[in-house]
Design a binder for this molecule. Structure first.
Ligand SMILES: Nc1nc2c(c(=O)[nH]1)N[C@H]1C(S)=C(S)[C@@H](COP(=O)(O)O)O[C@H]1N2
Ligand SMILES: [Mo]
Length: 333
């Protein structure tokens, strides 16, 4: 077998084996969080047992839980690969507001402290009527469905998740953008009391990213409210998170509080931090390496298999047409 030399950005494979990330939803949520604390996990991030009983981030208390499970959309009933078990995806998260070690379930525990309500989303910019809406009013106005999507992180790991949510275009139609709106810009909350890593000023919070209107209204662009047939865990980006599976994972903004319709192309957080490595388009392409590593293959965090990466993460049939003629754009970074 071909032996790969470990790159500085990669963690040892052992850090990401299923054995080291076995904690399940029940271990993390409710009384289980107390057990975690008692076992000595996460002195910094874990909840005290008394706090755990009313854990504000517990999806079991989510006011929209009656909407789950939502009906499955047959067009996305399979991703051609096994769904990644939730006890793995729930403990392997990029959510820099809560820390920068994706393999460490302390990030998941820290995120579980995030209150899910009250939660409002500001819809502003070039729309008929700017407004601030309660998340429950949005979720209940939208046609929820389940879609199984692949997710490919720019760091060359991937997973398969059964998301629940609604097409972004449904929200666009509801927001009634004006004709001058060329892009949709999405922004995550800022609250260092809830997300202590936001005290690290090396990142220009809030987390921001965006799409063109054509991308946002493509059928694949999806706003996620749930996963695995339930309201989404906080670490997945509750209560509202984007999923654009043909793009690298950093485009999929979590825990959104503001959606703006704008004329200018938004500059995402990673583009602000490292514009030579991360751009606006960030479409998956195995033939275009990241400046520091190859994108030819990816590691499925569920099976541990190394798989060939596919152009547009295998969704080219649905999205390649969006990019026809954009020859001067850096579509794959
Ligand atoms: N607000 C916010 N959104 C975010 C991130 C983040 O750090 N903060 N990380 C991104 C990256 S790099 C990836 S790969 C996915 C990870 O989603 P997951 O933790 O559900 O796998 O979320 C994306 N959305
Ligand atoms: Mo990522």
């Amino acid at each position: 077998m071909h032996i790969r030399r470990r790159q500085s950005w990669e963690l040892p494979e052992s850090a990401a084996t299923p054995e080291s990330v076995y904690l399940s939803r029940r271990h993390l949520m409710g009384a289980g969080v107390g057990l975690l604390a008692a076992a000595g996990f996460g002195a910094a991030g874990a909840l005290a047992p008394a706090e755990a009983a009313t854990a504000p981030g517990d999806p079991a208390n989510d006011p929209t839980r009656d909407l789950y499970p939502a009906k499955a959309n047959p067009a996305f009933a399979s991703a051609g690969r096994p769904v990644t078990p939730e006890d793995i995806t729930a403990n392997y998260n990029n959510f820099y507001e809560f820390g920068s070690d994706r393999t460490n379930y302390q990030c998941a525990v820290a995120a579980s402290r995030m209150p899910r309500r009250p939660w409002t989303v500001k819809i502003d910019g070039l729309v008929e009527q700017p407004r601030e809406v309660g998340i429950d009013d949005i979720i209940r106005a939208m046609p929820l469905e389940e879609r199984i999507y692949r997710h490919r992180c720019v760091e060359a790991w991937s997973m398969v998740i059964p998301w629940t949510g609604f097409p972004v275009r449904e929200l666009v139609a509801w927001a009634k953008p004006l004709s001058g709106a060329k892009y949709i810009r999405m922004e995550t909350f800022v609250n260092p009391k809830v997300a202590p890593a936001q005290n690290r000023f090396i990142y220009p919070w809030p987390y921001v990213d965006g799409l063109t209107m054509a991308e946002a209204t493509n059928d694949l662009a999806f706003f996620v409210t749930g996963a695995y047939g339930q309201p989404a865990l906080n670490q997945f980006g509750a209560p509202l998170r984007l999923s654009v599976p043909w793009k690298y994972g950093f485009k999929s903004v979590k825990s959104i509080v503001r959606i703006s319709f704008v004329a200018e192309r938004p500059v995402g957080l990673w583009e602000q931090v490292q514009g030579r490595e991360y751009g606006f388009w960030a479409n998956v392409n195995p033939a275009v390496p990241h400046p520091r590593w190859s994108q030819a293959t990816e590691r499925d965090i569920g099976t541990g298999e190394r798989l060939p990466t596919l152009i547009y993460n295998g969704y080219g049939e649905q999205v390649a047409g969006l990019y026809a003629g954009l020859t001067s754009e850096k579509l794959f970074m």
